[in-house]
Design a binder for this molecule. Structure first.
Ligand code: 173
Length: 322
């Protein structure tokens, strides 16, 4: 009798342990970008993917966008665990990882970075400096542009006041602009009031934000490559079970594959901008070359100024192998 009851107790506790490992976890998520706009859409798709497949395993509860956590605070919220995961660009958490601003300088894809070791380097950097697991990157193939309310005819921004974030700072500064940093949510009003003559933003999203109403010109060519990343608080990540981690990793691969859609989305956005009356400013071939090379050089010089070793490591793996 005694023997049997011990066995029953052991079996029972093993079942309990098994049940505990499989308990559904709900993670609180936030996005630095407003719901329904260009750099929120991939994140929303990611959340949908996880929630559809994660019944009994893991669910994501999105607490909101920039109205819930101010964009430049999202990094702090992930680090401290105020949120469990977030959709945010490196430029918004340079207070925690100044080197994260280099992510925009990559000219290869996240798939190539996973293959060449760059992803591991970046993930390690996020773990050490920010207590965050770098789960996924979106934004490949999406360039940034300068948008203006007044025309220019050469790569010279002197006399112009331009809205910036860390993304554009070194480049626009080198071209002589007077810079004002704002969160995306303040751009429309700044344009309306005439307190800025233009702003940096990617090729996607202007119409979602209504900024086309206040924008006259887009300067081509674009420069850099958007990074909008899904980061998970590291303590939360480490506390997940294998099945939960596997679901998030699978969703990350799926999300990153969607980056290939960006070329087509960019094309449609260019057409929509033209239809909205935004004129394209194109420089001479020589000036266009100056524009592009100054952007890249200013970007790397800024990272080298912050951390030469990290700049060298990332430079080595941010370019596609020939
Ligand atoms: O312009 C910005 O606010 C910015 O830095 C950014 C970065 C990635 C995607 C969209 C905007």
């Amino acid at each position: 009798m005694r023997h049997i009851s011990v066995a029953a107790v052991v079996t029972g506790s093993m079942l309990l342990a098994g049940a505990a490992a499989a308990d559904e976890v709900t993670l609180r998520g936030a996005s630095a970008f407003a719901q329904g706009t260009a750099f929120s859409r991939p994140w929303e798709a990611f959340v949908g993917y996880v929630n559809e497949r994660g019944a009994g395993v893991l669910q994501i509860n999105v607490i909101g966008g920039p109205e819930a956590v101010p964009p430049f605070e999202v990094g702090n919220a992930v680090q401290s665990g105020v949120v469990d995961l977030a959709n945010v660009t490196g430029a918004f958490y340079t207070n925690l990882i100044p080197e994260a601003d280099a992510l925009k300088l990559s000219t290869n894809t996240i798939q190539e970075q996973r293959a060449n070791g760059c992803y591991d380097y970046i993930n390690q950097m996020h773990q050490e400096k920010m207590n965050a697991y770098f789960l996924a990157r979106t934004g490949d193939n999406v360039p940034f542009h300068l948008y203006l309310t007044k025309p220019i005819d050469k790569p010279d921004l002197s006399g112009l006041t331009i809205r910036t974030t860390p993304v554009y700072r070194a480049f626009f500064e080198k071209l002589g602009a007077n810079l004002v940093q704002t969160a995306p949510g303040e751009v429309y009003t700044a344009l309306e009031r005439g307190s800025i003559d233009g702003y940096g933003w990617p090729i996607q999203g202007i119409l979602d934000l209504g900024w086309d109403e206040q924008t006259k010109y887009r300067v081509d060519p674009g420069f850099y490559q958007v990074d909008v990343n899904v980061l998970v608080n590291l303590d939360v990540w480490n506390g997940l079970g294998d099945e939960q981690k596997a679901l998030l990793e699978e969703a990350a691969v799926w999300l990153e594959e969607k980056n290939a859609e960006n070329l087509e989305i960019n094309k449609v956005e260019r057409e929509r901008q033209a239809e909205a009356g935004i004129e394209t400013i194109e420089f001479t071939a020589e000036d266009a070359e100056t524009w592009s090379s100054e952007a890249q050089e200013a970007g790397w010089a800024a990272i080298e100024g912050v951390n030469p070793e990290a700049a060298e490591a990332m430079r080595g793996c941010f370019t596609a192998a020939d």
